[in-house]
Design a protein around this ligand. Structure first.
Ligand SMILES: [Zn+2]
Length: 160
């Protein structure tokens, strides 16, 4: 798989829009925009009807328990109210880097440390990450996990 097919399969773009109103209601940090479709796939079944039709912001703070929030309606969901652990939040377990193929940061680091993978492509071959990608539905950001995997590869390389 080359870079071109990779971007076709899952690297969609969402327009990032930041303004004062988009701050997390609990920690006050800037959130990142996530489309409604993705939020509906991440929140537990029993809470789904509260979501409505708006897009949400996602709190990217590691320490904060808040995940998706809507500054207009003041509806917010904490990390315990989602169907998957948020990889960047404190104590996330398992810590997925690729949600579509359920590949963890630990698996990526092991591919680098124990199986000799040094490049992104080698790591993808060893771990099976980014296969059958449907990031809009499976990834909490609704975006391609490529950058997060790349970061884990670099982390592994530094541990060699
Ligand atoms: Zn927050």
């Amino acid at each position: 798989m080359n870079n071109d097919t990779m971007s076709k399969s899952c690297c969609g773009n969402i327009n990032e829009e930041f303004s004062e109103e988009n701050l997390c209601p609990v920690c006050g940090k800037k959130g990142t925009l996530v489309e409604n479709f993705t939020v509906k796939h991440m929140v537990s079944d029993d809470l789904r009807e509260q979501i409505g039709e708006d897009d949400y912001f996602l709190c990217m703070s590691e320490e904060c328990d808040v995940t998706y929030y809507n500054p207009k309606t003041e509806i917010k969901f904490n990390k315990q109210q989602l169907i998957v652990p948020m990889w960047y939040k404190k104590d996330a377990n398992p810590k997925y880097v690729c949600y579509c193929s359920k590949v963890t940061e630990e698996q990526v680091i092991n591919a680098v440390l124990k199986e000799g993978a040094s490049t992104m492509q080698e790591v993808l071959n060893v771990t099976g990450a980014m296969k059958n990608a449907n990031c809009r539905k499976n990834n909490p950001l609704g975006k391609c996990c490529h950058k997060v995997i790349q970061f884990a590869v670099e982390k592994g390389l530094l541990m060699r």
